[in-house]
Design a protein around this ligand. Structure first.
Ligand SMILES: [Zn+2]
Length: 416
């Protein structure tokens, strides 16, 4: 951590020197920058914002001219598009797995930052490349005049396999803050996304190694061929505690002008984060406003909740065709055999890709309505510990090589 911070300050120093046009100082001088300047030194003028590094996003459904781009041959792919989803990753296992009532839940549904990085390395080594979920299907009008979703042919670097990543609950909920997760995404002086948070001793930590978003950003910087089209992942957001660590939500009780003023401040603060995420290949999906079970709630409850999502989240992240079911609960209790009233309402309000959770990356384009329903696999404690799941996930990684039993609670592991 300390190294991450000092690297950060060293980087800051280099950047500020570059901005002033001075020659870079030797690295050994870097630590002095963190000391308090003498009082008589006049304040430096504000530095210009760094130019963001250019970032290219390409369409995987378009074959490159002559089938070759940058010396890489692209070939048509019509097979299964694998889909893995994560929750926020554990930055500090000693806080997450401290034996309190949240420990087992975090053990079940999350991976640590270290495990996550090992998973990325493994899927990269096995030849997966990232694609954006919205590029995998498109809407077409049939001969009967009906629009339906169809699976796209993807043009991938020869020998590669497509992989969608999605991330649920990227909201930085209050309970997570004291349980070993990062607090929010911020934009660093270098113009890149960093996480901000507190370590177990209460020290402020700005890092790119502790958060699922920044870890993937960094991984793609180091392995650009992991993302030939610039895609990263789809961030699935609720709204009841704001988004991305910013408290942009309303509260039904005790709303005051002071609270509203603070909310407006948070809204302004999150806008550049959303813009930078979008610019660098991240997309957004809805996870409902209140993380409600879509399989059990009435249409009235569902539509009221979603209206709030459009008002408070959609207004900040823009339109999205992707809905991620909270708890994996399928709309109207069943979206495979039927398209019920809540499903139809969602479809009328722009959703086309409906994601649940399952044992493989199953998907089905519905015939009665323009929509695709799909399942995602879930790398987490439950699947890392299970012998059956270990076999199923072997195409991505061997759970034995990933799970960090030295930091997780002493619970059963199904494989030997
Ligand atoms: Zn969720």
């Amino acid at each position: 951590m300390r190294r991450a911070i000092s690297l950060f300050f060293a980087l800051l120093l280099l950047l500020s020197l570059a901005a002033c046009g001075s020659a870079p100082a030797p690295a050994a001088d870097a630590p002095s920058q963190t000391e308090e300047p003498p009082a008589e030194v006049p304040e430096a003028p504000p530095e210009p914002e760094p130019e963001p590094e250019p970032y290219t996003i390409l369409d995987p459904t378009v074959q490159p001219e002559g089938g070759v781009r940058d010396g890489v041959t692209y070939v048509a792919y019509d097979g299964v598009v694998e889909h893995l989803f994560f929750h926020p990753v554990v930055a500090y296992p000693e806080l997450a797995f401290d034996g309190d009532y949240k420990s087992d839940g975090i053990d079940d549904w999350m991976v640590t930052a270290g495990e996550y990085l090992k998973i990325l390395q493994s899927v990269y080594d096995k030849g997966y490349v990232l694609v954006d979920i919205a590029d995998c299907w498109s809407e077409q009008t049939g001969e009967d005049g009906q629009t339906r979703m169809v699976k796209n042919t993807l043009y991938l670097p020869e020998g590669k396999k497509p992989l969608i990543l999605s991330y649920d609950d990227v909201n930085y909920y209050e309970y997570m803050l004291e349980n070993g997760f990062t607090y929010k995404l911020i934009i660093g002086e270098d113009g890149k996304l960093w996480s901000w948070g507190l370590d177990p001793q209460g020290n402020e930590v700005v890092s790119r190694d502790l958060d699922a978003v920044t870890i993937l950003d960094k991984f793609v910087e180091e392995h650009p061929d992991f993302s030939p089209f610039g895609a990263k992942g789809c961030l699935s957001l609720t709204g009841y505690e704001g988004i991305l660590g910013y408290r942009t939500q309303t509260d039904r009780e005790n709303w005051t002008t002071e609270r509203e003023a603070n909310r407006q401040k948070e809204i302004e603060a999150v806008k550049p984060i959303v813009a930078e995420l979008k610019r660098t290949g991240w997309t957004f999906g809805s996870h409902t406003w209140g993380h409600i079970s879509l399989n059990t709630r009435t249409v009235d409850v569902v539509t009221a909740d979603m209206q709030k999502w459009f008002d408070e989240v959609g207004s900040l992240v823009g339109e999205t065709p992707v809905l991620f079911y909270p708890f994996g609960g399928r709309l109207d209790g069943d979206d495979v055999q039927q398209s019920g009233p809540a499903f139809r309402w969602m479809q009328q309000h722009g959703f086309r890709i409906f994601c649940s959770v399952g044992i493989d990356s199953w998907s089905k384009c519905k015939s009665d309505i323009s929509a695709v329903i799909c399942d995602r696999l879930h790398p987490d404690g439950t699947t890392l510990r299970s012998a059956k799941a270990r076999e199923r996930y072997m195409k991505f990684y061997d759970a034995k090589d990933i799970i960090d039993l030295s930091v997780r609670p002493q619970r059963e592991v199904g494989w030997q």
